[in-house]
Design a protein around this ligand. Structure first.
Ligand SMILES: O=P(O)(O)OC[C@H]1O[C@@H](O)[C@H](O)[C@@H](O)[C@@H]1O
Length: 221
């Protein structure tokens, strides 16, 4: 095991909840039904893809021009940025800071593979940026999750083989991306949400270097 590649929203910090709230406000304003079950489909995918799915749900796909959709995406992001502006290091999810420290001490590569254009801002707010050897610039990626490109780019930036990497995700699209990249997939959530993951933890508090190594090498046997 040479590297761990992390998703951000819902793995490092609970910004998945803020995405849910910000999309919920927009959906409500457009009278589109929106709930947590539907929101699962939006995890891991880009802002524009999420908006397209929400508008399709409300049969509004053809109601807005490209400019109109752009305005809606800005509206969602403005609300989202209002929510994340209050983030502090106390908002790092349990176990994550300790895991990053352990990985750094063991000289295991650390990368971030997030679809979010707000990723760098969030890492700064959480004071975690210094742990990451690579933060894949999402604008340099052609295909978002579930395509493996973002995880493969993370491994390439670290100079390690995908087979030597662990990916950690809370989204179905993200787990599919990790598995398509040929990596060991750790899902954070419920087994029903994370069916394709190699192991599933209920919360990030369960993550540690020793447990990741144990499962990784067991899987490789
Ligand atoms: O709108 P942003 O911050 O660029 O984020 C894009 C996507 O980033 C992903 O990490 C989230 O899981 C999605 O919910 C979000 O839509």
């Amino acid at each position: 095991m040479k590297a761990v590649i992390f998703d951000l929203d819902g793995v490092i910090t609970d910004t998945a909840e803020y995405h849910f709230q910000a999309w919920g406000s927009l959906a409500e304003a457009l009278s589109i039904p929106f709930d947590r079950e539907f929101n699962e489909q939006l995890k891991g995918i880009s802002r524009t893809e999420s908006l397209d799915k929400i508008l399709a749900r409300g049969n509004l796909s053809n109601t807005f021009s490209e400019e109109g959709k752009q305005d809606l995406a800005v509206r969602k992001n403005t609300e989202y940025q209002r929510l994340i502006s209050a983030l502090t290091p106390a908002d790092v999810l349990p176990g994550i800071q300790a895991l990053l420290k352990e990985l750094r001490e063991a000289k295991i590569g650390i990368a971030l593979a997030s679809a979010s254009k707000n990723a760098a801002f969030i890492l700064d707010r959480l004071e975690l940026a210094h742990y990451f050897d690579s933060v894949v610039d999402v604008t340099a990626i052609r295909n978002g999750k579930p395509d493996p490109e973002i995880f493969l780019a993370g491994a390439a930036n670290l100079g390690v083989r995908p087979a030597d990497c662990i990916g950690i995700e809370d989204a179905q699209a993200g787990i599919q991306a990790i598995k398509s990249a040929g990596m060991f997939a750790v899902g954070v959530g419920t087994p029903s949400q994370m069916q394709e993951a190699d192991i599933v933890v209920a919360t990030t508090a369960e993550l540690s270097l020793s447990m990741l190594e144990e499962h990784f090498y067991e899987f490789k046997k």
